[in-house]
Design a protein around this ligand. Structure first.
Ligand code: GSH
Length: 223
């Protein structure tokens, strides 16, 4: 059985691992049984001698162990699962080579650009004192990414056409952005897409994501 290393959303002060949330959502979409091992950031991930670092030397989640095959980096794990376990007809089945390349494009964009954009705003907000110029620049950069995604979703239900692992990667990271007081209301395509994602049972079982949506709704940032 696949083992997934995660951070428990219910007890983690930062609301769990959205990168590991991607993997549990994908595993559920694939109908695979899996075992979740939850780790504490402070005591089981960050210490340089933490035993988990033998699994992922970066000390971050997710990582998976598939019958002895260990893999980390959420985009690589998503690709591995879809390539190996999405049987014909499964919702995460990859298409032809061009379709696959487009899915990979959005996956790479999330990892290389959007995750950094979200973290940029997050760290600028945490600074004490806050440097308003740095924060404004980080928000401007992130909102440019939101506008790009919103344009991509115009006339499309999902990012790369049919629902795919690209939606899983981007949905989880845009979700965490809902904790940063940036309204998604101007981005009607993004809000509609997030709602479509949140209606899927695989997402409804993911506390980290559902809590982000709840926080966003309560703050009036998303419908
Ligand atoms: N690029 C990595 C990022 C993984 C990552 O940053 N994971 C966070 C949780 S979302 C983590 O485990 N942080 C550990 C910590 O805060 O000490 C991936 O996509 O897997």
């Amino acid at each position: 059985m696949i083992r997934l290393y995660h951070i428990d959303a219910a007890t983690d002060p930062n609301g769990g691992s959205r990168n590991a949330a991607k993997i549990s959502i994908a595993l559920r979409e694939l109908g695979l049984e899996f075992e979740t091992v939850t780790l504490d950031r402070m005591t089981e991930l960050r210490p340089l001698d933490a035993p988990f670092r033998r699994i992922n030397p970066n000390g971050v989640t997710p990582a998976i162990d598939d019958d002895g095959f260990v893999l980390w980096e959420s985009s690589a794990v998503l690709r591995y699962l879809a390539d190996n376990y999405a049987k014909k007809g499964n919702v995460l089945a990859m298409g032809d080579s061009q379709q696959t390349a487009q899915i990979q494009q959005w996956l790479s964009w999330e990892a290389a650009t959007v995750f950094g954009g979200v973290l940029g705003v997050f760290f600028a907000m945490l600074a004490d004192p806050v440097n308003q110029q740095t924060l404004d620049a980080a928000i401007e950069e992130y909102t440019r990414m939101l506008a790009l995604l919103d344009a991509q979703l115009e006339g499309r239900e999902f990012v790369a056409g049919p629902y795919s692992i690209a939606d899983i990667a981007l949905g989880c990271v845009i979700g965490v952005g809902l904790n940063m007081n940036i309204s998604l209301l101007p981005y009607r395509n993004i809000t509609g897409w997030l709602i479509r994602l949140s209606e899927r049972p695989a997402w409804q079982q993911e506390l980290a994501f559902m809590n982000d949506m709840k926080a966003g709704r309560e703050a009036g940032l998303v419908v």
